[in-house]
Design a protein around this ligand. Sequence first.
Ligand SMILES: Nc1ncnc2c1ncn2[C@@H]1O[C@H](COP(=O)(O)OP(=O)(O)OP(=O)(O)O)[C@@H](O)[C@H]1O
Ligand SMILES: [Zn+2]
Length: 572
Amino acid sequence: MTRHLITSAIPYINGIKHLGNLIGSQLPADLFARYQRARGQEVMFLCATDEHGTPAELAAAKAGQPVADYCAEMHGVQAEIARGFRLSFDHFGRSSSPQNHRLTQHFAGRLAEAGLIREVSEKQVYSNADGRFLPDRYIEGTCPNCGYDRARGDQCENCTKQLDPTDLVEPRSAISGSTDLEVRETKHLYLCQSDMRDQLNDWIDSKADWPILTTSIARKWLNDGDGLQDRGITRDLDWGIPVKKGDADWPGMEGKVFYVWFDAPIEYIACAGEWAEANGKSEADWERWWRTDKGAADVRYTQFMGKDNVPFHTLSFPATILGSGEDWKLVDYIKSFNYLNYDGGQFSTSQGRGVFMDQALAILPSDYWRWWLLSHAPESSDAEFTWENFQASVNKDLADVLGNFVSRVTKFCRSKFGEAVPEGGVWGPREDALIGDLTRRLRAYEAHMEAIEVRKAAQELRAIWVAGNEYLQDAAPWSTFKQDPEAAAAQIRLALNLIRFYAVISSPFIPDACDQLMRAMQSDDTAWPEDVKAALEGLAPGHGFSVPDVTFRKITDDERAAWQEKFAGTRD
Ligand SMILES: Nc1ncnc2c1ncn2[C@@H]1O[C@H](COP(=O)(O)OP(=O)(O)OP(=O)(O)O)[C@@H](O)[C@H]1O
Ligand SMILES: [Zn+2]
């Protein structure tokens, strides 16, 4: 048995996530976790909300709430929506947890002892009216590049140029609007990533099996200009993890917090501690997933994320782990994704453009979305969500192929043989051929799932559903029945068993529908079909079943048109 530690990039707290976020991280991670559990492996699947940083503070201010309250509420909202999409996290934690505070301070202390943190004096904008420094988005002004008058301290939204707060012309505070600003010297901590460049380079070089998307982004930053840059890991903010060396104060760093990108990945580890606390487990119980000196040596760790998160996971976080000199588990495989775009443009949380997870669930059950998103995952290039494509895939794959098979088989059996698996007849060459075909396809499906080739796995699964339909079409039990009811019974016995077989193997993609099919087949035998023939004899003659309600319905043209119009603009 393999032990799989699986983490999804942790979604930022400042709003409900869109379908791009979902397919770029949480959903494929869930697919992999469900698959490994179905294969009998031990899985620890963790995710959390990413709660620190200026966007959270500003979103809370906009909502008129203290930032801690805002984050607690939004965490609840995101957790509820994750349940709606059947994301099977073992724990959905929070980067603001006490566990993450302790661990982040611990790592900073270890890195300082190892000489991997240096103090840098830098110039920052200070607002006299607000009595504070104005990092990143706390400052607005005119872009020196394009003249846009609402550029922010970290970036101009108009021309996309990356800025520093001191670059802005006629700067003002985003909090009070005050222009009574001055540039002051302040000290910050930098993680000496450049000292670890060779070590990181060797580590990346050893990952020959990683997706090119992952390694190419890592190499770009390793070799960019003068090579890997040191990164500021502290900020002048109130909300965040106070800068400390372990549990000791850090002289000169009073009132500062760690930068969100320093503490966010550490939450992957802290989240396991939160899981232990929430489930009455011990320290040893979570450390056996994370400490190679405490039982995690045989763990395989896989991370899932969109491409913009790759530098932090291939360089910064490994630098933190390696630099600590402690035996923490390093990631074994990083599955990264390109972007899913929305109907000719980009999904955008800040502009409210696209379909958001709550809106998706309000119009259709999660399986419809899971199937479309996973079967169109942006793996080799960016992908695009269009309503036409969504309608076509759902109607064809889910309604016409899978749903129709279930409905025809169960209804035909009920009308001719009653609501139990019929007895009589034997299987012949046609059934042998089908079993041979299904066996080959199932092994291919397993290989794609192991390799986390999401689209290929979906294609193979669809082909397995199609094979059942073709068999049914070819065997035509409704005609056979007229001359040879026994032969028709054997065909339908196979087809009913195929429904259970489908429910078992499709469950990582469409778990609710599969639960429904298992109930209809009155079976709780979810064992993975190692031997396809044996699996197709699992439901013996006389085993009861019921005709399920419509498994998947079709999306009408009117619905498609209405949704297209409803989601054409932006959400407020
Ligand atoms: N359009 C997209 N397609 C696929 N993955 C995406 C897309 N946009 C963001 N992601 C990924 O979603 C995950 C969660 O992202 P996060 O909550 O940090 O939002 P984000 O990257 O700020 O995106 P946005 O501002 O659009 O919400 C990350 O792994 C990110 O790389
Ligand atoms: Zn600009």
